[in-house]
Ligand binder design. Structure first.
Ligand SMILES: NC(=O)c1ccc[n+]([C@@H]2O[C@H](COP(=O)([O-])OP(=O)(O)OC[C@H]3O[C@@H](n4cnc5c(N)ncnc54)[C@H](OP(=O)(O)O)[C@@H]3O)[C@@H](O)[C@H]2O)c1
Length: 248
């Protein structure tokens, strides 16, 4: 299902919402933080690069938006205890969570399965899939405290149609699609809507790493895609559940 890239954010449409974004320090995560904050949300910014998180925090505050909450965590090494602590911190500070945006990802490496580096396979699966599973599991209690909550898994075209050499990245995105659909069925009768989103090509580090020879300027900036994420966190998208979304 297509989501309009030209969604117009209205002030305060996400007022009183608490929304957690992973990989919030750069790329699409950073753009989403700025747009969610513009729409009035209190954003919990999770990432491993504290300096990068602080720089985005400064951008949000100098724009006059609500002060975000910084949450430094490396998803590769994070343990169930770290996620338990995150759950406690969210419940203690806010009493609930209204949105969970599972955006952080690593490309791993592009090579045939026959030669794929096993350590890179493990780390890519840990960051892209296992961390998303554990974050979701531990954040379901605060999400259930919301009157209208969203979980959004950032996916990719290579997680919907297999492409040679995309290895662990592609496989992790296929698995995220399965996780999204399974969870959407399990939560169908609750206040939580669960969808996956392919944002399409964007001018970010990940895209540069995947396509080093292309002209990077042919791809839109992540800020051209992030308004759609505001739409997907808000009241107007309440009817969407278990969908494979794409931004057009
Ligand atoms: N760019 C595209 O063309 C494109 C196309 C389709 C789908 N997507 C998807 O869109 C999402 C955003 O992509 P992007 O292009 O914005 O990627 P990006 O610029 O490479 O940013 C990735 C983010 O994930 C974080 N991250 C990676 N490993 C982490 C770890 N171990 N712990 C915590 N955070 C970690 C990075 O933090 P650090 O700065 O610390 O590394 C960064 O904030 C991803 O899910 C991607 O798969 C992107």
């Amino acid at each position: 299902m297509n989501i309009d890239a030209n969604y117009k954010i209205t002030a305060n449409e996400l007022q009183n919402k608490v929304i957690l974004v992973t990989g919030a320090n750069r790329g699409l995560g950073r753009a989403a933080v700025l747009d969610l904050a513009q729409a009035g949300a209190l954003v919990v910014m999770l990432g491993r690069d504290f300096g990068g998180l602080e720089a985005v925090y400064d951008e949000v505050v100098s724009a006059g938006f609500q002060e975000p909450f910084l949450y430094p965590l490396d998803l590769e090494g994070a343990t169930p205890q770290n996620y338990q602590q995150l759950q406690a911190d969210i419940l203690d500070n806010f009493g609930r969570l209204d949105g969970l945006i599972l955006n952080a990802a690593t490309l791993g490496t592009l090579m045939p399965i026959e030669q794929y580096d096993i350590k890179i396979w493990y780390s890519t699966m840990q960051i892209n899939l296992n961390a998303a599973f554990m974050l979701t599991q531990f954040l379901l209690p605060p999400l259930k405290q919301s009157v209208d909550a969203r979980i959004l898994f950032l996916s990719s075209a290579v997680g919907r149609t297999a492409r040679a050499y995309w290895g662990a990245y592609g496989v992790s995105k296929f698995a995220l699609e399965g996780l999204s659909k399974t969870l959407s069925e399990e939560l169908e009768k609750t206040n939580i809507r669960v969808n996956s989103l392919d944002p399409g090509a964007m001018k970010t580090k990940m895209r540069r790493d995947a396509y080093p020879a292309e002209n990077a300027d042919k791809n839109p900036l992540p800020s051209a895609k992030s308004p759609a994420i505001v739409y997907l966190m808000g009241e107007k998208s309440k009817g969407l559940n278990g969908e494979k979304l794409v931004i057009n």
